[in-house]
Ligand binder design. Structure first.
Ligand SMILES: [Zn+2]
Length: 159
């Protein structure tokens, strides 16, 4: 499984290796503002699985709900955001903006988070995994994703 995507002007193009660790639909008010819509859809990938095929994105320090800030990778020309890093998982994990993929239907959300601030007119399917705030990784991530996370943390020297 290999997917490609990029910004609107095609200056930044990326290729993703394999499937995502997990796909979040985040309904927090910060994601609503940053995307200009009702929720973000982010596919989490190990950084080395996100390969840039053309220009390198520019990394913009952006305020975040945690107060610790996030780094958003944007095309230097059209400024469209293609992925971001959050302080919790650091530079090792890229949150790829699913809407920038050539075929976003490959990455439907596995989980909806921060639905306490979901817009009231957004209706989620009854089968959706929904969390008012955040969740515990052990309960939600697949065994394969947990194993990939373990390897990532081992590389980073974390237990
Ligand atoms: Zn661009």
């Amino acid at each position: 499984m290999s997917m490609e995507g990029g910004c609107t002007c095609r200056n930044v193009r990326y290729r993703l290796t394999g499937g995502p660790l997990i796909v979040h639909a985040c309904h927090c008010t910060w994601c609503q503002r940053e995307t200009g819509t009702v929720h973000a859809v982010n596919a989490m990938y190990e950084a080395e699985r996100v390969e840039h095929l053309a220009a390198e994105p520019e990394i913009i320090d952006t305020p975040s709900a945690s107060g610790k800030g996030q780094k958003i990778a944007r095309c230097p020309i059209c400024k469209v955001a293609v992925w971001s890093n959050y302080p919790g998982s650091g530079p090792a994990v890229r949150f790829v903006r699913v809407g920038t993929m050539d075929d976003p239907s490959q990455c439907p959300p596995d989980v909806h988070i921060f639905t306490s601030t979901k817009q009231p007119w957004v209706t989620l399917p009854p089968s959706a995994k929904v969390f008012a705030e955040f969740y515990g990784i052990d309960e939600v991530w697949s065994d394969e994703a947990k194993e990939r996370r373990r390897i990532m943390r081992e590389k980073a020297g974390k237990k």
